[in-house]
Design a binder for this molecule. Structure first.
Ligand code: 5GP
Ligand code: ZN
Length: 110
């Protein structure tokens, strides 16, 4: 996808420091972090949303690497977020998992 910002990161058209890379995925820091640790883990292949990837092996690979990356970053506790669709807050339509850590998470409320 030529106009996809995350495909540009995958293709090294935008210079981004990678935290992890293998043949199927990359991980890098979010450009506007909401917590001291805010990493995005994405497939190299362009899937606009998680729905588009539901039948692909990529999901299990992404999740097992997410756990490894969190360990690598010494995160004991962390939150994972996938936004699906505009109304849920998805702004970049290239599947990504947010790893959010080292922040006091007010959840569940109350
Ligand atoms: P979404 O809202 O789609 O779940 O998350 C998209 C995330 O991508 C946002 O947290 C935003 O800060 C991040 N982001 C958008 N453009 C770039 C970029 O060019 N580089 C990096 N590193 N992060 C980006
Ligand atoms: Zn893309």
């Amino acid at each position: 996808m030529s106009d996809c910002i995350f495909c540009k990161i995958v293709n090294r058209e935008i210079d981004t420091e990678l935290i992890y890379e293998d043949s199927k995925i990359i991980a890098f820091n979010d450009i506007s972090p909401v917590a001291p640790v805010h990493i995005l883990v994405i497939p190299k292949e362009h899937f606009p949303t998680i729905e588009d990837a539901k039948d692909s092996d990529i999901l299990s690979h992404l999740f097992s690497k997410v756990v490894e990356i969190a360990k690598m970053k010494n995160l004991e506790d962390y939150r994972l977020i996938i936004n699906k669709g505009e109304k849920a807050g998805q702004t970049v339509f290239h599947l990504h998992i947010h790893i959010i850590g080292k922040r006091d998470l007010k959840w569940p409320p109350g």
